[in-house]
Unconditional design. Structure first.
Lengths: 307, 296
């Protein structure tokens, strides 16, 4: 395996400088790229997620039907006319599927994104500032952490007249950040005690730049993984909410499809084409994200590399 | 130039800060221009805390620190930057002083963006190269490298070079050579002495008596956050008045001594954790001009 390692790793033979332990590529970025491209977990998982993302974007253009439109014979299995068959009412399952897929990605990106931003902000500030700021933020974090998320989401969802995918994503985002904040706070604590942070302060670098420019790059892999996990978590949370009937009131989502399928006894009637695509898609997307997460861990952590 | 005026530092520990630990207790001293003052004490004696307070990395609980007569704690953002133009620090662990994710010469680039944003690229590069040469390094060897590709001595010298790029007047050197091996030690030490010749003041924080004696003009012996003895380095080392200083000096193993032939005695218990009996309140008394000793 060693002969496939990049050959440009050797440094120019400087006078008296001991050669660093090989392999030490010239820049960290190229080193990460090198291992990322050779990590099957990462690119297989990435391809699956990419496939569903592309389907969500291109899919709606491939179908002429409306999401709730009654377009075909009721409860018909997949055919050339209706690729994924139709529901008990004659709605096109493929149309619902591609629209629901889009909704799931919006929830993942928005919900996961909000949670990541809130969690990172709280974690960085609490960990870097310490003292009373940390204690206040920590109390806040712990309160949100012990809130039974699903129960709160159910209550909020029940009180809102009109619920869209975006609203749902925002609520999921605002309730799922605490663990990320706690983990990032702990990491920041240990990094903020390092001398290079003091040196940056002695150089007059403002706090925001110290956090983003000195501390964050040291945990970039961790931050990236946090986002991936929050992304998958948001999709799952949305599917759960939708499935118990508290999903968007307008629009379609994968969870809502499964909710409808169960409501109209698709399982008992043998309409497998109604609930298998959304269920499989959720399982594959979230599974691939976790799969990518393991791969990323190997890329960023040299001790886990197999090659 | 720098006045440290009855400064006390208490740390709050425990949940909601119920307990306090006094790290520095009513310490006063001055550093004159072009003077090397060594601050000697064992672990936990508060010597690093004093350095951090001068660098304003830690606020003082009581007392004032003045630089050129200006209270350091009142400095705003802009003034603080000007302060850092004149007062800089170098720390103990050279590997921890560099961000491992970036190349080591990033410390110079940070300095440029904060202090000399209008310098052109090539002009700045020449200055960096010159500063690096000034501390006895070959720019080709150390620039454009990652910290792990350089040795501790090289990194520590780069930090000194970084400080020298500013209009430096006071350097807080906190255990700068304790992590270096003996061969590179003297080099860095002589470099500091050379800098003094250019009019730089240095606060040399160390636990090593021999290093303090080698380099400093004046010596401050610190114990449990208080000054025990302070004065001209030769006087303090040749005529120690306080029992703690005497024990400290007696407990330095000499080159020709073997523990079997001449075991080092410890009359005053050397306190590591500071949990022993409370020290009686002491005041500093001038036993001879410029030589102060704590008496109870």
């Amino acid at each position: 395996m060693s002969d496939t390692l990049p050959r440009d790793t050797t440094l120019p033979a400087a006078e008296g400088v001991p050669a660093p332990a090989a392999p030490a590529p010239r820049s960290r970025r190229s080193e990460f790229l090198y291992f990322a491209l050779r990590n099957p977990k990462l690119w297989i998982g990435g391809l699956v997620v990419l496939f569903f993302a592309v389907t969500a974007v291109v899919g709606p253009r491939l179908t002429d039907y409306g999401v709730q439109e009654y377009v075909g014979p009721p409860a018909s299995p997949p055919s050339a006319e209706h690729w994924f068959g139709t529901t008990t009412f004659g709605q096109d399952v493929f149309t619902q599927f591609v629209h629901g897929l889009g909704a799931s990605f919006i929830v993942g990106l928005l919900g996961g994104g909000i949670a990541a931003i809130v969690g990172m902000t709280v974690g960085f500030v609490a960990g870097y500032r310490g003292g009373i700021v940390d204690e206040v933020l920590n109390v806040m974090t712990n309160i949100v952490l012990v809130l039974p998320t699903l129960a709160v989401l159910i209550i909020i969802a029940a009180y809102l007249e009109v619920r869209g995918v975006v609203t749902e994503a925002v609520f999921i985002g605002l309730t799922s950040w605490p663990w990320a904040a706690r983990a990032i706070r702990a990491q920041t604590f240990s990094l903020a005690a390092r001398d290079f942070v003091d040196l940056a302060r002695l150089t007059g670098v403002p706090t925001r730049k110290i956090i983003l420019g000195e501390i964050a790059p040291n945990m970039s892999s961790y931050l990236f993984m946090t986002f991936i996990l929050l992304f998958g978590g948001a999709i799952l949370a949305a599917a759960t909410l939708d499935f118990i009937g508290l999903g968007p009131t307008d629009g379609m989502s994968l969870g809502l499809m499964m909710n409808n399928a169960v409501l109209w006894s698709a399982l008992q009637l043998g309409l497998w084409w109604w609930f298998v695509p959304p269920g499989l898609a959720i399982a594959l997307i979230v599974g691939s994200l976790y799969f990518m997460n393991v791969g990323l861990d190997e890329v960023f952590n040299p001790r886990l590399r197999t090659t | 130039m720098l006045e440290f005026d009855s400064v006390t530092k208490e740390f709050r520990v425990g949940a909601f800060g119920r307990l306090t630990i006094t790290a520095v207790d009513d310490v006063s001293f001055r550093i004159a221009p072009g003077e090397i003052v060594s601050l000697i004490g064992e672990s936990g004696s508060g010597k690093s805390t004093i350095g951090r307070m001068i660098l304003r990395l830690t606020p003082a609980t009581k007392g004032t620190i003045r630089f050129d007569g200006v209270d350091v704690s009142t400095l705003g953002r802009k003034e603080l930057k000007e302060y850092y133009r004149h007062v800089q620090g170098v720390f103990q662990d050279p590997f921890s002083s560099f961000n491992p994710v970036f190349k080591a010469d990033r410390v110079f680039e940070m300095l440029r963006s904060q202090f000399y944003p209008d310098r052109s690229g090539s002009e700045w590069e020449d200055r960096v190269a010159k500063a690096v040469e000034d501390v006895g390094l070959n720019p080709v060897q150390v620039l454009n490298r990652y910290p792990h590709q350089l040795s501790g001595g090289q990194l520590q010298r780069m930090l000194l070079a970084r400080a020298l790029l500013l209009d430096l007047r006071l350097l807080v050197a906190d255990e700068v050579i304790s992590m270096l091996d003996a061969s590179t030690r003297v080099g860095v030490l002589n470099l500091l002495a050379e800098l003094r010749e250019r009019g730089l003041s240095i606060l040399f924080i160390t636990h090593d008596l021999a290093l303090g004696y080698y380099i400093s003009d004046r010596t401050i012996i610190l114990r449990r956050g208080s000054i025990v003895e302070m004065g001209d380095t030769r006087r303090v080392f040749q005529d120690p008045r306080h029992p703690y200083t005497q024990t400290l000096l007696a407990s330095v193993p000499q080159m020709e001594w073997r523990w079997r032939d001449r075991p080092v005695s410890a009359a005053v218990p050397v306190d590591g954790d500071g949990t022993g009996d409370a020290e009686p309140v002491t005041v500093l008394e001038e036993v001879e001009p410029g030589h102060w000793v704590a008496v109870s």
